[in-house]
Every structure is written in structure tokens, then in C-alpha cells.
Design a protein around this ligand. Structure first.
Ligand SMILES: *[C@@H]1O[C@H](CO)[C@@H](O)[C@H](O)[C@H]1NC(C)=O
Length: 585
């Protein structure tokens, strides 16, 4: 067992290093060049609205750039733009206060840009040896009603080292200069090296915020959800016992008794529809594509969480996204296998159409949203605008990796899992669906189905949203895994109960109902995201708003497909189980 964890860690490690090409090995000799990368600048409250650092009239230092920096694909997709600062920083060589560049006679245009940035609380991000550093552009000052704007011009870096490695960086902004027309502004920097005892492995700990991710609240919410799980599992086992008990009892009695019992009207509710429950779902192409996609999304989410637990992915820029893209491509065969197999079992013939829909459903939704956001980003000249090269790369991954792998999966699925295996024969003529009470209508069941699963995750949703939309690094992936498992169990139980009521009302359209009842969780998440936007954040502006609601919709869709599929898988097993004991004359 000792080896298993290390082996997994090794795989995760390889994966991270396979997909992100970092040119640093984090070891420096004395006086070796340390590169300060200027990343982005943007308003504090709009985390995703970022611009290239030099889009503001800042100036770079005199040092010429040697070498070349390659952004990884996921960095480009996340709008991380790195520009060399031009500052001379060498390992363990202190630099006294040095002026590195200046703006002579601030022009009107530049003055406006700086004042706008200070007014909107712009701050910028830099990197030294992968460690992020933040600083504010300036601050307003109120002198008896007259507001003047100041800009910080001196950057003081305190860099902590341990052996040959950089383990800590602090930035202090000093020397405010008032922004006035024709002002002369000169920028300076200073570097002090300090020996510290922080271990290299622990250098990201200071960015984590244990006070925010209160473990007490976490445990409390998990305890609550766990109680719900116990209750639901109890309910489902009760239903299973009730439906199956009579049949088991019947097997132990002799045949005569059985017939009498059946004549006496045992055939009610769910048993009545045995000739229709295994009728293929309507819109089989869409349905099987959704299920195939759901298998894939579930596996990707699960594996990314596990890799995040093992590999501390937050310490490398963009490695989370790289892992997700890699896993998505690698799990494409599963999508084809599950979707193609299901489609074949439902008697589908146009399998190529189904496969293409299956393979491209999620990529097209993602690219569509990104494309739309991209237009706005380009209009704003934001660094989020995805470069043309990255778009080509993503398209190539879709066509040359995802599609062939899905094809392989689909062919395997159709051949190995494509024969119909329903326990009951399907009648030639569909049974009419009787009138029923309003709360037994599929639509109502679908809407009610998502409430409990949503209840089990919404506290975790708050933490996840805050780490994405505000400045918290999410690191409690163990909790996330626990919540994920609880969500899956609750979803399966709730959909089984929903389906049981639906079938008892002699309505056999359970496939879509179970899928949508589980998927409606995502609808509640999307509604919650509106609440979060208006009451928990201070985002503003067209770009950030479009970005927020666009990507939240995408997140909810993926969550919906995932929950829907898990709900369907569980319900499918349940339905097979209860109908496998029904005897057909
Ligand atoms: C950075 O600031 C923190 C908190 O003020 C301090 O504990 C740490 O020693 C500083 N690091 C360096 C290298 O000065």
C-alpha cells in the first residue's frame, strides 16, 4: 500500500510536467539572474478583467530581454500574459534604491489612464520564480472635499531565500507622487535578500487562508449532508424492499398461490408499465450523447480533484486547466463507449451523427461561450482575449485527438455493449399515459428533484465561487472530494425516489425524467450564482458581468450533465432490478 500512493503521486507529477512546460527548475547560484515577470493589471473587484501590465503607461527597466518565454496553452487561455520587467535582479545580490525609468512631462492621455486606474482600484500582478506578487497602482486622497490621485513609484522587494531556492517575496510600495499634468514621474526599485527558514515545499502556504476555509463550517455542512444521505439511503432501501418483497415471497410459495394473488389485483402501479419502461427514450441521439458526455465529465472532475489532492496543483500557473484538458482528451473513449453503447441498445442507426454530437457537445458549448466573451474582451483590449494560436490549438485537439478517440470508443461500445438486454419485452403499441395528479407530472418531479442535491453542495459552492471570482486559493480538495461523493449519492437516491413515484403513476417516461430531475440541481446552482453576484461580490462593467454569467452558465451546464448522468445510471440500475423480478405471461 505504501507504493500505491507514491505511484499515483508520480503519475500526477509526470502529468503536470508533461502538460506544463516550465523553464525554471527553481535552483539558483549566487548572482544568477532572477526574472521578474510583469503579468496583468486590472480593477480589484473584477478579477477576470485584466489587461497587460504595460497597457498602462508604466515603463520597463533598461535590461534587455535574453531568451524567450513560452506561455503554455492553459496560461494563454486564462489570460496570463507575462512581459519581462527589464529589472536587474540577481540571486543574493542586494540592490540599493535605483531609478530604472521615468516619464518626463506626463501627457494628458497618460494622466487620464493613470487617474482612471487609481479611481477604479487597479492593482497589478507580477511573478518571481512562480511566486505571485501583488501591488496597487496608487490611491486617492481626500483633502477637504478635493480629491487628488497619487501613484506609487517605488517598489521594494524583500526576497527570502533558503539555500539555493527562493521561498518568499514581499513587495512594499513606497513614495507616492501626485498625478498632475506634466508631472515628472520616475520609477525606482530596491531588492533586499533575506535568509529564511521557510521550506521550499511550504512556500505557497502563506497564500492560503485557513480562516476563510473554516474547517468547522466545512465539517458541519458535511455532517448535515451526511445525515441527509443516511435518510435517503434508508428511503431507497425501503422502496426496494417494498417492491421486491412480494416477489421474493412469491417465489417461495407454490405457483397456484402466485396466480391467485395476481388475479386479486396485485398488478398495479409500476408493474403495469412493464411493457413500456424499456421503450427507448425520445430523442435517442441527444439522450445518448448527453449520457456519454456525462460519463466523461464525471471522470474528468473526479480525476482532477484526485490529482489536485496529490499534486498541489495550485502552485503552478495554469496546471489545473492543463490537467483538465489532458484528462478530457484522454477520457474521450469512455464518452464514445457509454454513449455509443446506449444508442445501439436503444436501436439507433445513425451512429455517426450520435458520435459527433457526443464528441463535440461540450467543446462546442465551451468554445461558443469563450468566443462570445472573446468579442467583448477584444473590444476592451483585455488580456483575456484568446490569441488566435490558442484557438487553433484547441480546435486541433478537438479534431485530431478527441474525435478519433471518441470514434474508437463508439465502435467498441456498439460492438461490445450494443445488444439490447432489457429484462422485459417492449410492447408493440405504446400504452396511453393515464391522467395523474399535478405533482406527479414529470415537470414538477424534475423541479423538485434538484432541491436536495443542491442543498448538499451549496455551502461548498460558496467556497468554490469565492476562490474563482475573488482572491482565495482553493486548497481543501479533500473536502471537495467528500462533497462530490455525497452529491453523487444524494443525486442517485433522489432520482430513484422520483422515478419510483413516476412509474407508480404509470408514466413510463423515466429516462429523461431521471436525467433532468438530477440535472435540475445545476439550475439551482445557476440561480444561486445570481444571488452570489449581487450580494457577495462587487463586480461591475459589461466585460466582467458577461464573463461571470457566461462561464457560470457553462459551469452549471457541465454540472447538470454530470448530475443527470449519475442520476440516470443509478435509476437505470434500480429499474432493471425491480423489473427483473416481474413475470410476464
Ligand atoms: C514578508 O512579510 C511577512 C509578514 O509581514 C514576514 O513574516 C516575512 O518575514 C517577510 N519576508 C521577507 C523575506 O522579508
Amino acid at each position: 500500500m505504501l507504493g500505491a500512493r507514491q505511484f499515483l503521486f508520480f503519475i500526477a507529477f509526470c502529468l503536470v510536467h508533461l502538460v506544463s512546460t516550465d523553464e525554471h527548475n527553481h535552483v539558483y547560484d549566487d548572482n544568477e539572474e532572477v526574472v521578474l515577470w510583469m503579468s496583468t493589471v486590472g480593477p480589484y473587484h473584477n478579477r477576470q478583467e485584466t489587461y497587460s501590465y504595460f497597457s498602462l503607461p508604466f515603463c520597463a527597466g533598461p535590461k534587455a530581454m535574453i531568451g524567450h518565454y513560452h506561455e503554455t496553452l492553459s496560461e494563454a487561455l486564462q489570460g496570463i500574459e507575462l512581459k519581462f520587467s527589464g529589472l536587474e535582479i540577481d540571486f543574493r545580490a542586494d540592490v540599493a534604491k535605483t531609478e530604472f525609468c521615468g516619464l518626463k512631462a506626463l501627457s494628458d492621455h497618460h494622466l487620464k489612464a493613470f487617474i482612471y486606474a487609481v479611481k477604479n482600484q487597479y492593482w497589478y500582478q507580477m511573478y518571481i520564480d512562480n511566486l505571485p506578487i501583488w501591488g496597487v497602482v496608487g490611491e486617492p486622497e481626500d483633502n477637504n472635499g478635493e480629491i487628488s490621485y497619487y501613484i506609487w513609484t517605488h517598489k521594494k522587494f524583500d526576497i527570502g531565500y533558503n539555500g539555493k531556492q527562493i521561498v518568499d517575496v514581499n513587495l512594499t510600495s513606497e513614495n507616492k507622487v501626485k498625478l498632475t499634468p506634466n508631472a515628472h514621474i520616475s520609477f525606482s526599485y530596491e531588492v533586499n535578500w533575506r535568509k529564511t527558514n521557510v521550506k521550499f515545499e511550504d512556500r505557497f502556504d502563506k497564500y492560503l487562508d485557513p480562516n476563510f476555509f473554516q474547517h468547522r463550517i466545512h465539517w458541519f455542512s458535511i455532517f448535515n449532508s451526511f445525515m441527509m444521505v443516511i435518510f435517503l439511503v434508508g428511503l431507497v432501501s425501503m422502496i426496494l424492499m417494498r417492491t421486491l418483497r412480494k416477489d421474493y415471497a412469491r417465489y417461495s410459495k407454490d405457483e397456484e398461490m402466485d396466480d391467485i394473488e395476481r388475479d386479486l389485483g396485485d398488478e398495479y402501479g409500476w408493474k403495469q408499465v412493464h411493457g413500456d419502461v424499456f421503450r427507448p427514450a425520445s430523442h435517442p441521439i441527444l439522450f445518448s450523447a448527453l449520457i456519454g458526455c456525462g460519463y466523461q465529465v464525471t471522470l474528468v472532475v473526479l480525476s482532477v480533484i484526485v490529482f489536485a489532492i496529490l499534486g498541489e496543483l495550485y502552485t503552478e500557473r495554469g496546471s489545473m486547466l492543463s490537467t483538465a484538458i489532458f484528462m478530457y482528451a484522454a477520457t474521450s473513449p469512455l464518452n464514445g463507449y457509454a454513449g455509443g453503447g446506449l444508442y445501439a441498445r436503444m436501436g439507433g442507426r445513425v451512429w455517426i451523427k450520435q458520435m459527433i454530437l457526443s464528441a463535440f457537445m461540450l467543446p462546442i458549448m465551451v468554445c461558443g461561450t469563450a468566443f462570445f466573451i472573446n468579442f467583448i474582451a477584444m473590444y476592451y483590449h483585455a488580456s483575456r482575449a484568446i490569441p488566435f494560436g490558442s484557438m487553433v490549438a484547441v480546435t486541433c485537439i478537438c479534431i485530431f485527438v478527441i474525435l478519433p478517440l471518441t470514434l474508437v470508443g463508439t465502435i467498441l461500445g456498439r460492438n461490445l455493449a450494443g445488444t439490447p438486454d432489457a429484462p422485459c419485452r417492449v410492447n408493440a403499441v405504446p400504452r396511453p399515459i393515464p391522467e395523474k395528479k399535478w405533482f406527479m407530472e414529470p415537470l414538477v418531479i424534475i423541479l423538485l428533484g434538484g432541491i436536495l442535491p443542491f442543498g448538499s453542495i451549496f455551502i461548498e459552492m460558496y467556497f468554490i465561487f469565492t476562490s474563482f471570482w475573488a482572491y482565495k486559493i482553493y486548497y481543501v480538495y479533500g473536502f471537495m472530494l467528500l462533497v462530490f461523493v455525497i452529491l453523487m449519492i444524494v443525486t442517485v437516491c433522489v432520482t430513484i425516489v422520483c422515478t419510483y413515484f413516476l412509474l407508480n403513476a404509470e408514466d413510463y417516461r423515466w429516462q429523461w425524467t431521471s436525467f433532468l430531475a438530477a440535472a435540475s440541481t445545476a439550475g439551482y446552482v445557476y440561480i444561486y450564482s445570481f444571488y452570489y453576484f449581487f450580494f457577495k461580490t462587487k463586480m461591475y462593467g459589461l466585460f466582467q458581468t458577461a464573463f461571470y454569467f457566461g462561464y457560470m452558465a457553462l459551469f452549471s451546464l457541465a454540472l447538470g450533465i454530470m448530475c443527470g448522468t449519475v442520476g440516470y445510471i443509478g435509476t437505470n440500475a434500480f429499474v432493471r432490478k425491480i423489473y427483473s423480478t416481474v413475470k410476464i405471461d
